[in-house]
Structures are given as structure tokens and as C-alpha cells.
Design a binder for this molecule. Sequence first.
Ligand code: 6PG
Length: 240
Amino acid sequence: MAKIVEVLPTQKELTERSLTVVLEKMQTAISERGQSTITIAGGGTPKPLYEAIASQSLPWEKIHVFWGDERYVPPDHPDSNQKMARQAWLDQVNFPEENIHPMPTEAGDPAADAEKYEAQLQNFFQVSAGEFPVFDIILLGIGDDGHTASLFPHTEVLKVRDRLVSVGNKDGNPRLTFTAPLINHSRCVLFLVAGAGKQTAVKQIFAPKGDEMSYPARLIQPSGELWWLLDRAAGDEVES
Ligand code: 6PG
């Protein structure tokens, strides 16, 4: 695993740097494999990145968008990660609907929808049960509590090793989430972290020894590249 850590002065520079990295990874994937697969994070930090991607002229038909986690709400709900990414990026350009792969939230049964998304991923990547697909880019954030995707501290989903997608638990509310092993099979994981509220979690996640149940982002150790882009407020105590 190659780990790259950069602390940028402001959130604006964080967004610019993340755009450069994402565009480069997309171009490499397209020239080497004919398409690029990117997984979207929720939260406020990546939104300006999605807007910046939308201002580019890219071969949208070669880009496939997936979600790494989703609140268990309908797609038009204000909390929906899908809705945010559509508004900030996908609806702003001529993005082919068949290249948009949202997490399903219609079954009224999160476990059934997690299984459905897992089957969709296996079908898209042509992998068998028990194998893990390899995404070109997985975007992630962290919460002040050290969670990432919907892998929250001290929840059962942190122990799941044999699934691609499972059900996370945010204060008793179900959320769909990629499992840690799926994220860890990625070619490139890119964390975007901004704001002083994240400082303590960042310190715990970067500590040489620590507890993955308390700080789930510690579970993310991909076989490919691991990028941490932080603004100064979040990464004050990090050496880059
Ligand atoms: C979500 C996320 C989550 C997010 C962090 C950071 O759907 O809530 O995917 O893991 O990335 O909570 O959120 P902010 O960027 O808003 O700080």
C-alpha cells in the first residue's frame, strides 16, 4: 500500500487538489481499461469536488458512478447521498443514466437492499460470490467520531469480512454501506477531510497503534493507493 498524506492550507485548495487527483485517476483508468469506476461519499466536504468535476468536459459515457454508503431514505429525500451527488454533479452534465448506480432503498428491508446492491456490483464487475471487485477510485470522508462510509464505531458491520455491502447503524438508524474489505480492494482510496472538528479523530486514525472498533477509518488499508487530503484545520497535527 502506498500512503500519501497532504495537508492543504484551506478547503478551497483541498478541493482543487482532490480534483487534480481524481481527474488523473479517471484518465489512467480510461486509457488502461476503457472506463473509470468511482464511488461517491456523502457529507459536505466532497460537494465542491462534485461541482468542480461537473465543470469539466469529460467522456461521461466512460465513467461509472457508485455510492459507498447511503442513508436509508428515498432518492429524493434531503438526506439522500444520491440526491446530493445528482444535484452537484450528475444533473449538471449530460451524464448517461445507465452509468449511475445508486444504492437501492426501496425494499423496506435494508438487508435485502444491501444484498441487491451486492448482486448489482457482482454483475457489473463480473465477479463471483466471494470475490471482491476493484474500484478505480473510492472517495471517503470521516466523521468527528472516526467513522467512514457508514462504518460507525462499535457496530456489527465492522466485523463483516465476507460481504461487499452490508447494513450500518447510525444511532439506531440503518444505512447501507460498503464493507471494509470491499473498500480495501480498491486501486485508490481518497479521504477528503476538512474542519477542526476532525482533528482528534485524525490523530487517533493516524496513531501507530489504536482500536479499529473505536475509530473505524483505521480499518481502511487498501491494496492500492491510500490518499489523505486534509485541510489545515483538520490536519494540524499531521505530518505530510
Ligand atoms: C455520509 C458519509 C460520511 C461522511 C462523513 C463526513 O453519508 O454521512 O459518507 O461518512 O463522509 O460523515 O461528513 P462531512 O464531509 O459532512 O464532514
